[in-house]
Design a protein. Structure first.
Length: 450
């Protein structure tokens, strides 16, 4: 692939790789914004579906929400490796467009569910498309951006993610209340919201097909089977940096699942049981707290991107893991989720949520040569899906059986474990070149032989 610096191809101060254009990058960042909007909207709108559409009691919604996320992420575990390796064969553009198309279909069926089983089927359909988006997000950063700019580029991804999440909590979660105030019944308001989001998703699928790079570099000599490429992704974990990035992906995606599945549920349940609100009002109030969390993520995303290009990338990852431990673990001390303690934890959670994603994504791109990037990033996302699976199932059980903060506390401890891991291997991780070799190790090998 042609070096961007040699070609003089730049966008927003980023060095672009190969034939990537500014229009391709605008399309990519639109995908980032809409993708996180959807992945934030679906779980955070879920308490409304459970209450107004299915009538599930609040004291059962933690486990039900966890089970829905569990089975959804089980589908993602199956699909991420498939999408990653398939993209190495057919290209990134069709996979991204197809992913959005599938998500749109899932969104259309979510409000039509008349039972838990039907709701689960719609969530599973959505997750098939979400898996494609997740794999392509990291893969395209690696394909479109030269290594020296990947930190900044990923920081901009986090910025777009923050905007998408803020749109969800500041606007979309308020739409049911707005539509009800306009005269619609709760179920009618729910339908209106989902139809709007499904329309946006269909439009984004078309934008992906038209706007992503059509001249992708294909490595025809690497026509291994999908199973062989998946195996290649697993074997890549022999590199310490790849293995650490896999572990960080488990924590980073699990963190997202905790916030998406249980943050709104915790706040909304508190609003209805302790403050006597109806469901729509409680979700609107919850959106105010979540907005603070997402604003912290929005502000810190480009800062982490800048930092990741300025310091050792393992050190940057370790910093975000420390913030995750403090933020998620700090919920142990929260009694009133609408109080100042939750706001402080929310700021730390928002910073670490986006920081872990930015730094782990840049680290995996740094440690992966282009010829095997789709396979490795497929496994990277698979590890993230496992994190979401654990967060969903274990978190849902603990949410109902122990306390609302239990899922957060659990992943605070996981962040601490990976932080210790990162501190132990940090000095032994070297960037990998396109041949798949650690350049610094080769440079040091003569001394090693003295």
């Amino acid at each position: 692939m042609t070096d961007a610096s040699a070609a003089g191809n730049r966008f927003l101060g980023l060095d672009l790789a190969g034939s990537t254009s500014g229009f391709n990058m605008v399309t990519f960042y639109w995908a980032c914004l809409v993708g996180i909007l959807l992945q934030t909207f679906v779980p955070q709108m879920q308490p409304y579906l459970l209450t107004e559409f299915l009538g599930i009691p609040e004291n059962q919604q933690g486990e039900v929400s966890g089970n829905l996320s569990f089975w959804s992420e089980l589908v993602i575990i199956v699909m991420v490796g498939f999408w990653g390796t398939l993209s190495d064969r057919v290209g990134r553009r069709p996979i991204m467009a197809l992913g959005y198309l599938i998500m749109a279909v899932g969104l259309l069926f979510l409000p039509r569910a008349q039972s838990y089983e039907a709701l689960l089927a719609a969530r599973l359909a959505f997750s098939v498309g979400a898996a494609a988006f997740s794999v392509m997000l990291v893969t395209l950063i690696a394909d479109y951006i030269s290594d020296q700019s990947r930190g900044k580029a990923t920081g901009l991804v986090g910025f777009c993610n923050g905007i998408g999440a803020l749109i969800t909590v500041m606007l979309l979660l308020r739409l049911p209340k707005m539509f009800q105030e306009a005269g619609q019944r709760p179920v009618e308001a729910g339908y209106s919201v989902y139809w709007i989001i499904a329309g946006l998703t269909f439009a984004t699928a078309a934008i992906m097909w038209l706007g992503l790079n059509k001249r992708e570099v294909q490595h025809q000599e690497q026509r291994h089977s999908l199973l062989q490429q998946a195996r290649e992704g697993l074997l890549a974990a022999r590199d310490r940096g790849v293995a650490l990035a896999y572990g960080a992906s488990f924590v980073a995606r699990g963190n997202l699942a905790i916030v998406g599945t249980f943050f709104t549920l915790w706040l909304a349940n508190y609003g209805t049981t302790e403050l006597g609100m109806n469901r729509a009002d409680a979700m609107a109030r919850a959106g105010m707290i979540i907005a603070i969390t997402q604003t912290a993520a929005l502000i810190s995303a480009p800062l982490f991107g800048f930092l990741t290009d300025r310091i050792n990338r393992v050190s940057a990852l370790n910093l975000t893991l420390l913030l995750a431990f403090l933020g998620y673990g700090g919920t142990w001390f929260v009694e009133n989720p609408f109080g100042a303690g939750m706001i402080l934890c929310g700021v730390l959670i928002g910073m670490s949520e986006v920081g872990c994603i930015v730094t782990s994504s840049v680290l995996i791109a740094q440690q992966t040569p282009q010829r095997m990037r789709g396979a490795v990033i497929g496994v990277f996302n698979l590890c993230g899906a496992v994190g979401i699976l654990v967060a969903s199932k274990v978190g849902g059980i603990l949410f109902d059986a122990w306390r609302e903060a239990a899922p957060f506390i659990t992943f605070g401890l996981f962040a601490l474990v990976v932080l210790v891991w990162g501190l132990l291997v940090g000095g032994k991780v070297y960037p990998v070149d396109e041949a798949g070799e650690a350049a610094q190790t080769r440079a040091q090998s003569p001394a090693a032989g003295d």
